[in-house]
Design a protein around this ligand. Structure first.
Ligand code: PHE
Length: 356
């Protein structure tokens, strides 16, 4: 046991000179399972009983001193290593930023947002409904009974009959949401309904899935003048042409009476299409005063309430406003197309500001 002091001096000197790797080696060789000090602790049992207590105490002191020295040295070495790396690993804040890909808003979403903004500014709220509809909501309640010729125009996708023999449809227009709203809410009603619609038709200008926005206003004294004012204002703000000519042409829809189609002025001079004053007209939406039969089908007293409805295709409006030539490109998910025709997020022009 006399040489414990010497051992301690040697170990502390070695610890003092060690680097991180050597320090770990020293710990293992002194305090590890078969280390020198560990071995000596194990040897205590062989000493005469009267020496064991003293030896034990001394070895403990030595063990703690060595362990502490190793820990202290380790802290010093690690702090020095950190300082060294902080001094060399500088972040170069002058490096130009790496370009980041920003997504684009699809022109259909953009157009819906713009239209909804215009109508909400006029006091409409947004309503939605399911894509799979009952025959009643999509046709019958809208005054299109079975065998009505208007059903043929809709190229309806029918679902297989359910247990009750009922054949649901993929809604062919957003008008069933008129029915849902009138059945569930009391007038006054003022809603717009953007959403997907489906018809079995596919060519350069028709897609089996497309989008419409529907409008419905029901109140006690809502008349054709309100319909005209609302839609003229909408067309002018949406196309951003203050004096855009707007024409109402008599038409027919089973669910409105009278009905009209709305044309906007345009010019086709020089082969291009310019929306605004010109010699030509372009059809843009369908509308009319809600047919009293439809009100009655929804449990609304048609002697007390009346109103107007309108519907238009989102894709067509987007193509006209943004000069998109081909309908099919809307659904191709071509990222180059989206980069060209899409919109930067958070940069939605506040079209409603244009309202007068
Ligand atoms: N639902 C009609 C269509 O899809 C559009 C429309 C809606 C017309 C509301 C008049 C009133 O063609």
């Amino acid at each position: 046991m006399e040489n414990l002091d010497q051992l301690k001096t040697d170990l502390l000197a070695q610890i003092d000179n060690a680097d991180l790797a050597a320090l770990e080696d020293l710990r293992v060789s002194a305090l590890g399972k078969s280390g020198t000090i560990t071995g000596m602790v194990k040897g205590i049992g062989q000493l005469p009983p009267e020496d064991r207590r003293d030896a034990g105490q001394q070895l403990n002191v030595l063990k703690n001193a060595v362990a502490e020295a190793i820990d202290a040295k380790k802290d010093v070495l690690e702090a020095a290593a950190l300082d060294a790396s902080l001094a060399t690993d500088r972040i170069d804040v002058t490096l130009p930023q790496r370009p980041e890909e920003t997504g684009r808003i699809h022109p259909i979403s953009q157009t819906i947002d713009e239209m909804v903004a215009i109508f909400c500014e006029m006091g409409f709220t947004v309503a939605e409904g399911p894509h799979i509809e009952s025959d009643f909501n999509n046709f019958t309640a809208l005054n299109i009974p079975p065998e009505h010729p208007a059903r043929q125009d809709h190229d309806t996708f029918y679902l297989p009959p359910n247990e009750e023999g009922e054949r649901k449809v993929l809604r062919t227009h957003t008008s069933p949401v008129q029915i849902r709203t009138m059945v569930n809410e009391k007038p006054p009603i003022r809603i717009v309904v953007p959403g997907r619609t489906f018809r079995a038709d596919h060519d350069a200008t028709h897609s089996p899935m497309f989008h419409q926005i529907e409008g419905l206003v029901i109140d006690e004294a809502t008349h054709m003048g309100h319909l005209k004012g609302c839609l003229i204002e909408f067309c002018r703000v949406f196309f951003d042409v203050d004096d855009l000519p707007v024409r109402f042409r008599p038409s027919y829809f089973p669910f409105t009476e009278p009905s009209a189609e709305v044309d906007i002025g345009c010019s086709r001079e020089g082969g291009g299409l310019t929306i605004g004053a010109g010699a030509d007209w372009l059809e843009i939406l369908g509308c009319g005063m809600v047919n009293p039969h439809v009100l009655e089908n929804c449990g609304i007293d048609s002697t007390k309430y009346q109103g107007f409805a309108f519907g238009l295709g989102i894709e067509r409006a987007a193509m006209l406003k943004y000069g998109i030539p081909d309908l099919r490109t809307f659904y191709e998910s071509d990222i180059r197309w989206l980069k060209h025709y899409g919109f930067v997020p958070l940069d939605v022009p506040n079209v409603a500001e244009g309202l007068v």
